[in-house]
Design a protein around this ligand. Sequence first.
Ligand code: PLP
Length: 398
Amino acid sequence: MTSQEMRHKADAVMMQTYTRFPVVLVKGKGCVVWDMEGRSYRDFIAGIAVCNLGHAHPIVSEALRKQAESLWHVSNLYYTVPQTELAEWLTGHSFADRVFFCNSGAEANEAAIKLCRKYFHDRGEKERYRIISMTQSFHGRTMAALSATGQDKIKKGFDPVLGGFDFVAFDDIHALKQKVGPDTAAVMLEPVQGEGGVRCPSPGYLQAVRKICDDTGTLLVFDEIQTGMGRTGKLFAYEHFGIIPDVMTLAKALGNGLPIGTMLATEQAASAFTPGAHATTFGGTPIVTAAALGVVKTMEAENIVAHSAQVGSYFKKKLKSLQEKHPLIEDVRGVGLLIGLQMKIKGDAVVTACMEKGFLINCIQETTLRFAPPLIVQETDIDALVDCLDEVLKEITI
Ligand code: PLP
């Protein structure tokens, strides 16, 4: 079967929720993926910040294979070893005392929203349920996660969305100060906005957000679904700012491609989740948590977070040099290996041209090229991509 035939088949039966690129990917190894016709692509998007250890990492594959031969799934009515060990690893490496496992980022945020509401409900503050999130934020596509998302285009057609959400501009501390009131349960934000265009906060902003939350007894929720697991050059992005949240959500890279989400919290915040308060059939199932354990152990053994920081700053420098050559580039933003190149033109033609030259990159908010390669990416891969961008941009400016 040809690639074109396969694409036609898919288009006939899949719900049309994505405008896909005309390739069928069949294989991946490290930072490279291959299509049905055997063409290779260096992957600078990694399944959107998911495959941090690259594709088909042998240690993760082995962890998965071993677990597949013993126990795939039991209900959360029972204890399992990999789930416990992963929870221990996560609490041992973060501010959190307790962990709730689920299957995706949106689900992790649903859990966080429910936790914050119940936390105040249990304290007798039943009217204190509102959550403030940020304009241009992205928290997922399920109904509560979508309601918390500060982008109208994501909500279009789904009214009425869930009530109880307020929005203020990201990075505007005065706006937040004015909005927080006695009915505010939580402030929820991405420490670095991902889908919103790779937007970093100004120095001092997140510390000031923490202070407002402390002064008012409001919970602070960090959505680290995109920024967590080493993406920004620290294990968690909050570590850049010398503060901790009360609640944090993770997903994406934790399973390196296996579907897993988690909501982590301090002992105090987690106290709201009592037996029966929240549940999931698949969350934290042995097969997925065994793979995620393989991921985190490999990250440690291979010093992946330090590599992400080092290669990320090399990448940013190279892109800044590219900016000096190309007036079409307006800005280079980001931290670690989450980098945005703000263009003065729409970015889709650049994405397509890069793909034709063997590089997968991505464009968000129409004009921002986003790079989120596997964290194992090497400087030689980056050099090759930057040369490719140089060529593509020359062709566009001519
Ligand atoms: N939160 C953030 C910051 C994200 O980047 C995403 C996905 O891009 C989500 C939540 C939703 O995660 P999922 O697609 O796994 O539901």
